[in-house]
Design a protein around this ligand. Structure first.
Ligand code: F6R
Length: 244
């Protein structure tokens, strides 16, 4: 779908609200897969507004975030933990225990078990109903950098130099950007029942073309979304500009 920038946020916030309300009326939890970065900010703002003005109830919502830098303290200004609390969770009535993010503060020898536990927690929650995604210049979804296969699961991996360069401004220099991250895998993402990938701006146009029109390829993890039965790309005209 091609929509104007602010329409993307309202369309997706409305869809997420609908999923939450349906689950609430059926007395079950809504399980959301969430992303960080600049792209979802408008959606989170709308969800906060819906909570305040329309009473959208997050008390039975369960969330799983895609990724976190490694190593990363949860209270660091750069952590995705902090991003999620500041941009969404502290403004809505979600119970703390319903929130899940990969942990960037564990010793290396505990990371593998933590990643397996993360996959188990998603299964225990009944799987993800709705997964929100952005896309990086490398074609990553989550932090599934080039080389991430379709079978990949939650794991620690090295970040691509392009990704680290894109994050350099936030970290006041590329040297300060962590070299690794923990991310849900391609397979963990494809297990979601519904997926929405959002991309806005001309700097995403090239990778969007590869993701939408290219063959499924471990060098561009987003190409694997083509095989999902219910995945939609929400693009503004600038991000869609190179589609043929
Ligand atoms: C963030 C994530 C990444 C970003 C992507 C785009 O949790 O998983 O894949 O979605 O790097 O980032 P922005 O939105 O800042 O362009």
């Amino acid at each position: 779908q091609i929509l104007e920038h602010d329409q993307i946020a309202s369309t997706l916030a409305a869809r997420i609200a609908q999923i939450i309300r349906t689950a609430n009326s059926e007395g079950r939890a809504a399980v959301l897969g969430l992303a960080t970065g600049s792209t979802p900010i408008g959606i989170y703002r709308q969800l906060i507004r819906m909570h305040r003005e329309e009473g959208l109830d997050f008390s039975n919502v369960v969330t799983f975030n895609l990724d976190e830098y490694y190593p990363m303290a949860p209270d660091s200004i750069h952590s995705y933990h902090r991003y999620m609390w500041e941009n969404l969770f502290e403004h809505i009535n979600i119970p703390r225990e319903n929130v899940h993010l990969p942990r960037g503060d564990l010793p290396r020898d505990q990371v593998e078990a933590h990643c397996e536990g993360y996959e188990q927690a998603i299964r225990d929650a009944g799987g993800i109903d709705f997964q929100l995604l952005g896309i990086g210049k490398t074609g990553h979804i989550g932090f599934n950098e080039p080389g991430s296969g379709v079978e990949s699961r939650t794991r620690l991996l090295p970040l691509d130099t392009v990704t680290r360069r894109d994050a350099a401004a936030d970290f006041f220099g590329e040297d300060n950007v962590p070299t690794e991250a923990i991310t849900m895998g391609v397979a963990s993402i494809l297990d979601a029942r519904e997926i929405a990938l959002i991309a806005t701006g001309e700097h995403k146009a090239r990778v969007i073309r590869r993701a939408v029109e290219g063959e499924p390829d471990p060098d561009v993890a987003a190409t694997y979304l083509q095989s999902h039965p219910d995945a939609t790309f929400y693009l503004d005209p600038a991000a869609a500009a190179e589609l043929t």
